[in-house]
Write a protein that binds this ligand. Sequence first.
Ligand code: 13P
Ligand code: SF4
Length: 303
Amino acid sequence: MQQAELIERIKELKLKRNAVILAHYYARPEVQDIADFVGDSLGLSQEAVRQTADIIVFCGVHFMGESAAILCPDKTVLLPEIDATCPMADMVDIEGLRREKEKHPNALVVCYVNSSAAIKAESYICCTSANAVEVVNSLDVDEIIFVPDKNLAAYVEARTDKKIIPWEGHCPTHHQILREDVLRMKEKHPEAKFIAHPECRPEVLELADHIASTRGMIMYAKNSPAKEFIIGTECGLLHGIHKAAPEKKYYCISEFTCCPSMKMINLEKVLISLEKIQHIVTVPYDVRIRAKKALDRMLAVKI
Ligand code: 13P
Ligand code: SF4
């Protein structure tokens, strides 16, 4: 089927099924273009809650679909590709987290939304890259177990008085960005601002002119007087940032910064997902109730 026909079919089925398509900024450009809402992890969770549609087609990775399913139990949440999982989310396990909680009985667990529903259920509160510092500072304890991203943990630690106990997880896509990549690009584009995602290594973030979530990076580029930007995150952001401020120039930090999981969903899979109502994201009731508490606490934090 040609792309135009695929898009037409998706639009028809969306109406017929009373469905809405939510996509992350790292999704394929053509998938972002058919979405009703494109956002970062925080924006997508907030948008899921606002939705009145019966079906949410989530064009992102599994934990994002799970968050929507936890927050909107009355809706059917579809993930067009069941294997679209986040490797970082798989780096933390329940038993290990429970052991960590036993070792630090006075600490609260803050879990990055890039985690399974079961880990969220084991945590006090969730955070995203857009609100991690505010979430940590909102808590009335001095010690925080922060899972699973050690880089986001280090970013938060530098911006809080609380003791952060990090977990050994990382995002393979962001962790492979090295200081030398940044220095090389800065030399090539001396006028460009370097904007980076907090999932990058601390020594990379040290070189950044601005650190923010994906949406935060787009807003910064749009509102900054600068005309050129080196993008320190997954390459999918280039599409959204170009759309937001097309008159400016953007350089991806390296050709390797691609998240394979985020690219698994294409238009064909979105169409099949709407046709067959697949793959429905489900979360067991007891896990959902506990995980929802952690997500609701996060959504209540003002940023
Ligand atoms: P944000 O959506 O919070 O910017 O995080 C990026 C990410 O890695 C999602 O998987
Ligand atoms: Fe996970 Fe990193 Fe891909 Fe985001 S970019 S889904 S954190 S692997």
